[in-house]
Design a protein around this ligand. Sequence first.
Ligand SMILES: Cc1cc2nc3c(=O)[nH]c(=O)nc-3n(C[C@H](O)[C@H](O)[C@H](O)COP(=O)(O)O)c2cc1C
Length: 226
Amino acid sequence: MNKKVIVLIAVIIIIAIIGIVVGINVAGNNKSSETQTSNENQSNNQEVAQTQNNATNTNTEENQNTQGTGKALVVYFSHTGNTENVANFIHEAVGGDIVKLETEEPYTDNYNDLLDIAQEEKRENARPALSTKIDNIEQYDTIFLGYPIWWGDMPMALYTFLDEYDLSGKTIAPFVTSGGSGLSGTPSNIQDEEPNATVTEGLSVRDTNSGNSQNAVNNWLSEIGF
Ligand SMILES: Cc1cc2nc3c(=O)[nH]c(=O)nc-3n(C[C@H](O)[C@H](O)[C@H](O)COP(=O)(O)O)c2cc1C
């Protein structure tokens, strides 16, 4: 073989070796960039999955809010403390906020005078002014509304409350204490005053049992879905 042919073969071998080395490197780079892209895709997919999870969580929370009872407010009027006892048991069980309705002019502690005053207010369809003001009543979904039975009806201050606040779309759960008359049809009076509210079955507690009414309260709460 002449010298020229040997040199030519050597050059071809060197070029081939360089070609193989360069080829391996290119293949390696491609592979690593593929891995990176695949990682990016994976991480993008994870983000999408995360976003979907978040969306699912948000929906779940919204559903829970609409299916649950939402925020509760216990509003009550009580002259001698019986209705207040029941109100406190309800508040302990459901949480939320509690507010006592007070009239601008306090009622007398003289029982016989109070009977006369309350009877006169009922006859006149009076609306005794309330000193209690409730801010942001719209934040509550359920209003537990408590009062003593006076002359077979709600005290007229309750009508003032129902006149002052629009409870449309809310659930009103009435509870009463009495000397024995029971609810006396007052839930339907509430419904007449608040035609766009849902009025639940009411709870009636005998005045002498009010301090002992925790079980009755809890049974009633579970009956009406709390
Ligand atoms: C003015 C007045 C009228 C009442 N009228 C009735 C009535 O019609 N029927 C009844 O069962 N009890 C009647 N009661 C009794 C109260 O409803 C009962 O004692 C109630 O538990 C008082 O609640 P309080 O302690 O939250 O004020 C009347 C009490 C008063 C002061």
